[in-house]
Design a protein around this ligand. Structure first.
Ligand SMILES: [Cu+2]
Length: 188
């Protein structure tokens, strides 16, 4: 191989690499830019393809500070679960939970009895709260319902029939509830 054809080959290699990079970037842009059939999810839901979601859709987002420790423990408020509304009409409701954090999370729907306020459930030795009375959960990656957790930058969803009442949406990964992963939802 002479020097010229060697250089030509290198040049061809560079051009091909640039071309392939361009194609990949365009494909990624298409995947991220195109709204799913439901079109109601956060764009940060990553590569998850979200189906048409039935009923009233409540968008829930999970955030964290990347598991950063402060003073040997996690600060209160270091992780959050927030919904785009505080009240919703009773009936068919779909929760679309998007994980914007850097750790895995989930969302469990628990009833709030009596006058109990969100965030005041007793926490067990395992760092979790009792899930008795759960109406459903979204804890699968890019899928509906129960799973092993919602990986960062992905989403999970669950459709439930909610009677009127007070509810608390919680993340029951060990330790997460006690540092702020809960929010109240009133069903009218
Ligand atoms: Cu969590």
């Amino acid at each position: 191989m002479n020097r010229l054809s060697g250089r030509a080959q290198i040049l061809l290699g560079v051009v091909m690499t640039l071309l392939l990079t361009g194609v990949s970037l365009a494909a990624v842009a298409l995947l991220h830019g195109a709204p799913g059939p439901g079109g109601r999810g956060f764009p940060e839901a990553g590569g998850c393809s979200i189906p048409n979601l039935p009923g009233t859709v409540v968008n829930v987002s999970a955030t964290d500070m990347g598991g950063r420790m402060a003073g040997g423990g996690m600060m209160d408020g270091a992780m959050r679960l927030s919904a785009d509304r505080a009240t919703v009409a009773h009936g068919e409701v779909t929760f679309l939970v998007t994980n914007l954090g850097r750790l895995s999370h989930e969302m469990v729907i628990l009833p709030l009895s009596g006058t109990r306020a969100a965030g005041t459930r007793p926490i067990g030795g395992d760092g979790q709260v009792d899930e008795a009375g759960s109406l459903g959960e979204a804890s699968a990656t890019c899928a509906e319902g129960e799973g092993q957790g919602i990986l960062p930058r992905t989403a999970s969803w669950v459709t439930v029939n909610l009677p009127a009442g007070r509810y608390e949406l919680v993340c029951n990964f060990p330790g997460h509830y006690q540092v702020g992963m809960y929010t109240q939802l009133t069903v009218t």
